[in-house]
Write a protein that binds this ligand. Sequence first.
Ligand SMILES: NC(=O)c1ccc[n+]([C@@H]2O[C@H](COP(=O)([O-])OP(=O)(O)OC[C@H]3O[C@@H](n4cnc5c(N)ncnc54)[C@H](O)[C@@H]3O)[C@@H](O)[C@H]2O)c1
Length: 258
Amino acid sequence: MMQASTGTGLEGRVAIITGAGQGIGRVFAGAFAAAGGIPVVAEIDAAKAQQVADEIAAGGARARAVTTDVADPASVQTMADIVLRELGRIDILVNNAAIFSTIKMRPFDEIPLEEWERVLRVNVTGVFLASRAVAPAMRRAGWGRIINMSSGAVTLGRPNYLHYIASKAALIGMTRSMARELGGHGITVNAILPGATFTEIRRETVTPQQKEAIVAMQCIKRPETPQDLVGAVLFLASPASAFVTGQSITVDGGCTHP
Ligand SMILES: NC(=O)c1ccc[n+]([C@@H]2O[C@H](COP(=O)([O-])OP(=O)(O)OC[C@H]3O[C@@H](n4cnc5c(N)ncnc54)[C@H](O)[C@@H]3O)[C@@H](O)[C@H]2O)c1
């Protein structure tokens, strides 16, 4: 029998979004709140985290800012403990935090080793630490959603930020393996591969000329915005995607066809 579907399926769900102090994560936090969820802004920049939570609260929805360094195991565990204590559950984790918009583009053999290690530490180890911190609560609940923000730059093999490419490629393999380990517990793990997405933040990773060239390669001929990623993240977070796991979903206006 057909049943009318009501609501977003995200009402009351607690969604931790790492690195949600600006850019894509900030838009995701607003989108979860608008869908009836409770976003947790787990961001290293305390002022930005609070600002995003305040913006959401000003719109009449619930949100919580928890200053978090995803590269620091103690900080990540404290964040998960605070969320469980104050909100009682962790349903969704969006591993969005990354060293990205501050990256200086340069040939791979000119990347300082310390910078290489820091990018992998935040972008890869940070995902391991955050996922590890939420897995016990999701297992107990028999339900969970982990969404890893990879990048279409991996498919393209974009030059001049090899540490970033290595980190985002790692997330595709981690997504597949974590999906196998967690599927028996009702937890799905998927990755989103955005194309070049233009946020409020100025950055060096795409020059104006490259932006034009990327739009020309897309089937849909306009620059991608964070709002273009909202449908994918809400779907992967919702009960509607219960049988989708281990997948990498490209949302890039048809720039690449992996
Ligand atoms: N914008 C794009 O074109 C694009 C394309 C593909 C993938 N992505 C991915 O999407 C995600 C968001 O991109 P964005 O454009 O909003 O990036 P951004 O650089 O504007 O924002 C990243 C956020 O992460 C935070 N952060 C950095 N280190 C942290 C740490 N150790 N702990 C907690 N927070 C930390 C930053 O303070 C910032 O608020 C990233 O994972 C990025 O790799 C972006």
